[in-house]
Write a protein of this length. Structure first.
Length: 182
């Protein structure tokens, strides 16, 4: 973690709203994508990310290790997303799924092939979907994903490898990869 970020965390802990704003700007898109990997709904993902920041602001004084801020915030965001998912399941409201978050380099994908690949990603188990979404949609590197999810870089690498294989298998099973070179 860069010293500028640690300075922002320490300043935010002392009540500096601008410093917390810098952290918000730095992490918001990543938190939306992380929540999206769980909820598969853009609007709910944005709500979960915003709620995570509210809770983080309230509990920032409880953070013991500033170098773990990303993982701490990611855990809060995931918990918010799980809570929203539980509430949504209890109410059993059947709404059509929203498209992926409209933040950070997201082209408005309408191409059939991209929709087929997106559907394959959406079918992944959550732990694989998280790393795929953060790596390919949010363009985070292994170290950054490791920080946000609070897991080792080797674990990120392994999950990405297995996720790619699962996507490939799903696409082949559905005839998408026939006649294409790998």
């Amino acid at each position: 973690m860069e010293s500028v970020e640690i300075q922002s965390i320490n300043a935010a802990r002392c009540g500096d709203a601008e410093a917390f704003g810098r952290l918000y700007e730095s992490y918001y898109a990543t938190m939306v994508w992380l929540a999206y990997a769980i909820l598969l709904d853009r609007n709910l993902a944005e709500d979960a990310a915003q709620q995570a920041f509210v809770k983080a602001c309230e509990k920032l004084g409880d953070l013991k290790n500033t170098s773990r801020f990303g993982a701490w915030l990611g855990r809060i965001c995931r918990n918010e997303a799980y809570q929203m998912m539980r509430c949504r399941q209890r109410t059993q409201v059947s709404l059509p799924p929203q498209h992926e978050p409209a933040v950070a380099d997201n082209p408005g994908n309408t191409d059939d092939h991209q929709q087929i690949v997106k559907a394959a990603v959406d079918r992944l188990p959550e732990m694989y979907r998280e790393v795929i979404v953060l790596h390919y949609y949010q363009h985070l590197d292994y170290r950054q994903i490791s920080t946000v999810l609070g897991i080792a870089e080797a674990t990120v690498r392994g999950r990405l490898f297995r996720a790619r294989r699962k996507i490939e298998k799903n696409l082949r099973k559905n005839g998408f990869m026939e006649g294409r070179q790998s």
